[in-house]
Design a protein around this ligand. Structure first.
Ligand code: MOS
Length: 714
């Protein structure tokens, strides 16, 4: 029995299929009788549809049928528990009314023999509207007070007397940070292929990280038993928070397929990824922070205003880490939500934490500077020894070690605290900046089935997802490790709604949720085999004997795992990190991240190679957020003006700094079986603040509204 596979830096098992093109993504499944759908989308941001003229579109070449409100089925409402939780993306099913809430809203589907014909015909559809002026800016609308974010996080929290403590604080800042709308931009655009296998049986190939949720939504809306809706998704070409909410295109593809009695595929164009696939909301965050003479925090107020669409209450929870990241007796966190005529926002990598910790960690830097204390020392001075918001001990927290090790590796001691005092030979200004990273370590219910096949291989199945993070690899590691057999004998299968339940692939909880189920199923399978044969079969003769004795074609075990309630109630679970960056700011105000050092405490490392990739990718995402990313709606008409990758900039390979990423790698004693906590999102958290803080150190300019583009520095 080897315990050696866990912690090994194995290369990803899906690497070869991906680079050789064998891996099949949602848009690539060839199906019989395939037709192509093109969305009819609203060109106004607010108002109602008066009429839709289809005459030109209907007679265009290749057109098979057109779905609009006129001939759409009467969809049933979304499942109540899901709309309450924020997903699906909208609270309203499509094509049941004439209302228009944003530019790009789906008004129908044109189905044709080819994608090009469908796209052309859709361009011939003439819609008459009764327009109303749209609300596009955060300051235009009346805010509401959301109570909860996806039903679990309280958005308003208060302890002590913030105003009183601020009034008498020796050092304080009161500033506003803002972050723009951002889009996920995965390489793979959203795609769905809907196929009615029988009048009441639907097969859907979809790029989704919520297979079971999509199954529930589609079956509810079409009034079908859930087992009659089969969702398949073997690979996801990047998600980053997209592809988790279930948008209306899936329902429209299924309804269009029903209408034309063909299989219908809808694949988004890049511009549609900006108006039909969710995005990160715009945020404005007021930070009021005070410290006493020694630099001890006495007051922290974090008030966020953010936006949603008229048909959802999804709220970017910016203040949640401010409740407990530092020790502070007086804390107030609040969120206000404004409904705008823009497409519905949704989670994007570290929703809430990415923009929220940007504001918090910049504010700490500003206050440390005011108090003339080193930013690392300032954080150590305000270290939270327990979760003061929940009044609970941490499950395990080695953040102090993260600061110390990362500072050492980076050479933080060489930093000159006076802004604008370090220069590179080419004349660029050099800045050193740092920030804390933190992300909740969630865990969900999951199931898995392990099957011993006659050839000695073991199939392990779970309706989970591979969004590029390494699910195939790590789950195979757990299975092989538990069974004590070579990893080559494991066939880990995912991405099929007929497999045992898995949660949505989000919240950085995939490994800690699915691994206990995989371990449990493999443990039980091994027990079964040992009970039947005395030992695990190691050669073909033993295998044959085992199967003869069992009288079955397959020997299998299924296991359902649940988070350990007692532990989860007693302790507070987070992953932590500290990151340090060096930026160079040239004469034109262009910022380049030259070096990045990060040290993370995420419990036991399952596969350090894949973990490093997650952190590195997350940091790049954060640097991109700091310096480039911004979705810009036209203020008058609500149309996104840069809905393409030429005008919406993302960091690329040429922008990649020198990385040094390290892990504390200490098992969390309160994560039974695993010792591991989440790693998927923490990489982005803190990265934008570290850059902004470094830019201040380089230039003396405090840029509080992202992205930090050259116009803000010269
Ligand atoms: Mo994350 S955007 O909560 O999957």
């Amino acid at each position: 029995m080897s315990a050696t596979l866990i912690g090994q830096p194995l290369t990803r098992l899906d690497g070869r299929p991906k680079v050789t093109g064998i891996a099949t993504y949602a848009a690539e499944f060839q199906r019989p009788k395939l037709a192509y759908g093109a969305l009819i989308q609203s060109r106004i941001a607010n108002g109602r549809v008066v009429s839709i003229d289809l005459s030109a579109a209907k007679s265009a070449p290749g057109v098979i049928g057109i779905l609009t409100r006129e001939n759409a089925p009467r969809f049933k409402p979304y499942p109540n528990d899901l709309t309450k939780n924020g997903a699906p993306g909208e609270s309203r099913v499509p094509l049941q009314d004439e209302n228009v809430y944003w530019v790009g809203q789906h008004l129908g589907v044109v189905v044709a023999e080819t994608f090009e014909q469908a796209t052309h015909a859709a361009s011939l559809v003439r819609v008459q509207y009764e327009p109303k002026p749209p609300l596009v800016s955060l300051t235009d609308a009346n805010p509401i007070q959301p109570e909860k974010f996806i039903a679990r996080e309280r958005l308003q929290a208060k302890r002590g007397d913030v105003s009183g403590a601020l009034a008498s604080a020796a050092h304080k800042i009161e500033v506003v940070y803002s972050t723009p709308i951002e889009n996920h931009n995965p390489v793979e655009t959203t795609s769905t292929t809907a196929e009615w296998e029988a009048p009441d049986r639907l097969l859907i190939h979809e790029s989704t990280r919520g297979i079971k949720q999509l199954q529930k939504i589609v079956s509810t809306v079409f009034g079908l038993p859930s087992e009659n809706v089969h969702i398949v998704c073997k690979f996801v070409g990047g998600a980053f928070g997209a592809k988790g909410f279930q948008w209306s295109h899936t329902l429209l593809a299924a309804a269009a397929a029903q209408l034309v009695q063909r299989t219908v595929k809808i694949t988004f164009t890049r511009p549609q990824m900006f108006d039909s696939a969710g995005q990160r909301a715009h945020t404005e965050q007021q930070l009021s922070v005070g410290a006493d003479k020694t630099g001890k925090l006495v007051a922290l107020r974090h008030a966020t205003t953010t936006h949603c669409s008229p048909v959802s209450e999804y709220t970017e929870p910016c203040g949640n880490m401010s409740r407990m990241l530092y020790s502070c007796p007086n804390v107030e966190v609040s969120h206000k939500l404004v409904r705008l005529n823009l497409t519905t926002p949704c989670p994007m990598r570290a929703p809430g934490e990415a923009p929220g910790v940007f504001a918090l960690e910049c504010a700490l830097d500003e206050l440390a500077h005011k108090a003339d204390i080193d930013p690392v020392e300032f954080r150590l001075h305000n270290y939270a020894e327990f979760n003061e918001y929940e009044n609970k001990p941490w499950s395990n927290k080695k953040l102090r070690e993260c600061y110390q090790r990362a500072a050492e590796k980076f050479g933080w001691a060489r930093r000159n605290r006076n802004p604008g005092s370090m220069r590179a030979p080419d004349g660029s200004q050099i800045g050193f900046g740092m920030a804390t990273a933190i992300y909740p370590a969630g865990q969900q219910k999951a199931g898995a089935i392990a099957i011993l096949n006659k050839d000695g291989t073991v199939s392990v199945r779970c309706a989970t997802h591979e969004i590029g993070t390494g699910t195939y690899t790590t789950m195979s590691q757990f299975a092989a490790d538990t069974l004590g057999i070579p990893i080559e004998k494991i066939r880990f299968e995912l991405g099929d709604s007929e497999f045992p339940v898995a949660p949505n692939n989000g919240g950085s909880w995939l490994t800690s949720s699915v691994a206990p189920a995989v371990i449990g199923a493999c443990r039980d399978l091994k027990k079964k085999a040992v009970e039947l044969a005395g030992s695990w079969p190691n050669d073909s003769e033993q295998l044959a004997n085992l199967f003869a004795r069992s009288g079955q074609e397959q020997i299998q075990a299924e296991f359902n795992s649940e988070p350990n309630r007692e532990e989860r109630e007693k302790f507070s679970f987070f992953s932590y990190g500290a990151l340090f960056v060096e930026v160079h700011v040239d004469l034109l105000g262009q910022v380049r991240v030259k070096r990045a050092v990060g040290v993370y405490d995420m419990g036991r490392m399952i596969n350090p190679r894949l973990a490093r990739s997650q952190i590195l990718g997350g940091m790049l995402f954060g640097f991109s957020m700091a310096l480039m990313e911004e979705t810009i709606p036209d203020e008058k008409i609500g149309r996104i003006v840069n809905a393409n990758l030429a005008d919406y900039h993302v960091l690329v390979h040429a922008d990649t700094p020198e990385f040094d990423i390290d892990f504390i790698n200490e098992p969390d004693p309160h994560m039974p079986d695993l010792g591991a906590r989440g790693i998927g999102e923490i990489g982005i958290v803190g990265a934008p603040a570290a850059v902004a803080n470094a830019v201040f150190n380089a230039t003396g300019r405090r840029v509080r509204d992202l992205p930090i583009t050259p116009d803000k520095l010269i």
